[in-house]
Every structure is written in C-alpha cells, then in structure tokens.
Ligand binder design. Structure first.
Ligand code: FES
Length: 256
C-alpha cells in the first residue's frame, strides 16, 4: 500500500524540571497527515518508551479545542500557524513534507516551565479566583428570565466567554500581558444584568491580581487577538480598561 505519511524533523524543548536548563532535542518522525500534533507526539512517545527513553511531557485534556490545556508554541506561533486553531486541532497536513518544526512551551515571566512543554499557568487561575465569578444570588432559572437581554448584548457576552483560558495571548505578547484573557473574563459578566452588582469590584480585583502575578502591560500590538485560538477580540481589553478607570475615578471601594 502506498505510504502517504509526511516526514518531519522535530526540534522539541526538553527540560527536566523548573530549575534545570532546557534545550532543543531533534527527532525524525514519519506520521499521517490526518494525525493531530498531539497524536503525533503520542506516537513519538510510544517509540521513546519502547526504547526505554523518557517521553516528552505535554498537556492535553479535551482534544476538542475547548479546555485550553494543550497550548504549545509551534514555529514561533502559540498553538501553531493556523488561525483560530488550538494545538489539539492542529493537523500534520498543515505542514509540508520535509519541514522542520520547532515545538516549545509558552514562555512568559508569569509562567514557570514544569517539564518539557508543560508550563504552570496557575497565575491565570489566581486571577479568576480573585473575582472572575458571580457570587450574588441570581435566583432560579425562571427568575433570571425576567431580565430581557438583547441579542447584541448576549453575543458580546458569549463571544467573550469563548475564551478557553489557554494563556496563548500571554505567550504571543511581547510584554507577556494577560489583558486579553482578563478582558474576556471581565466582559463576559460586565455586559449582563447578573454581572452588575460586583462589576467594579470584579475588574479591580482581577486587574490587581494580574499585576501581582507578574504579567506585563498592553501596548496595543494586537498579537494576542491574532494568536487567540478562539479569536477573542481586543475590544474586551478596551471594555476592561473603561470599567477599571471608572472604578478608580469614582473611588469605588473594593469589597472583595
Ligand atoms: S486539549 Fe482541550 S483545548 Fe486542546
């Protein structure tokens, strides 16, 4: 039977733990064009384990582009070169036969490399824990329906809520800013009636935690929007900035 596999040279970041130095290690693979990049790494790991070598550490969960666990940088792009595609949905047919791929972890001051391609993205969780929720009682489902929400508003909230929290925006940004992530997580509630009681507490708490975690500032390069696997818009950053300023100008006391 004819072999339609594609042959690639992989340069993969290997690092034993957060305190050791990392380096690229080269592997030659022949893989199906229909394999995802994670399936290709699974195959490579099977080969490494069969030889008694240490497999490559990487993260994944849903493999459907919805959980945000799987991000790596491929040839300089967080989640690889295809727009609006998470690493788990990036297929090898994207690449040419004989191509060199450089696969490395998301890099940012706020992310520690745990092992190989796995980084500690818990600083994003800490931002959510500081205010990315609604704790007021919104009543049962029928009660919630007494607040009519326009299609336009619902669309803004749902598009912001598409953020899967993968942290690619941070890896894409030259300042390692998390403002697209935080902007989306603020906006998904800020435009809805249920989000109003805690609106200004929320934005202040989340922005303060973002700063404490060591994320950088936004200088409007839009690299985050370009690399976001869900195409989350930078308009969410503008909305977050407006709410943050309003909270400061009106001396809104932080209650969280
Ligand atoms: S594994 Fe869930 S988004 Fe890729």
């Amino acid at each position: 039977m004819e072999n339609h596999n594609i042959n690639l040279t992989l340069n993969i970041w290997r690092q034993e733990n957060p305190s050791t130095e990392g380096r690229f290690e080269e592997f030659k693979v022949s893989t199906s064009p229909d394999a995802s990049i994670l399936e290709m790494l699974d195959e490579l790991n099977n080969t490494l384990e069969a030889k008694g070598e240490r497999p490559i550490a990487f993260e994944s969960d849903c493999r459907e582009g919805i959980c945000g666990t799987c991000g790596v940088v491929v040839n300089g792009h967080p989640h690889g070169p295809l727009p609006k595609t998470a690493t788990c949905q990036l297929h090898m047919r994207t690449f040419k036969d004989g191509e060199n791929l450089y696969i490395e972890p998301f890099r940012a001051k706020a992310y520690n490399i745990i092992k190989d391609l796995i980084v500690d993205r818990s600083p994003l969780d800490k931002i959510i824990q500081s205010g990315g929720f609604i704790s007021v009682n919104t009543g049962s489902a029928p009660d919630a329906n007494i607040h009519p929400i326009s299609k336009e508003t619902a669309t803004i909230a749902i598009e912001a809520a598409e953020c899967i929290g993968c942290g690619a925006c941070v890896a894409a940004c030259k300042n390692a800013s998390a403002m697209l992530f935080v902007g989306a997580k603020v906006s998904q509630f800020a435009v809805l009636p249920q989000g109003q009681p805690e609106r200004y507490d929320r934005v202040q708490a989340m922005v303060n935690t973002m700063d404490e975690m060591g994320f950088g500032s936004c200088t409007n390069t839009y690299a985050c929007e370009a690399e976001c696997p869900k195409g989350v818009s930078v308009t969410n950053i503008a909305r977050m900035n407006r709410d943050f300023l309003k909270a400061k100008i009106t001396s809104h006391a932080l209650h969280f």
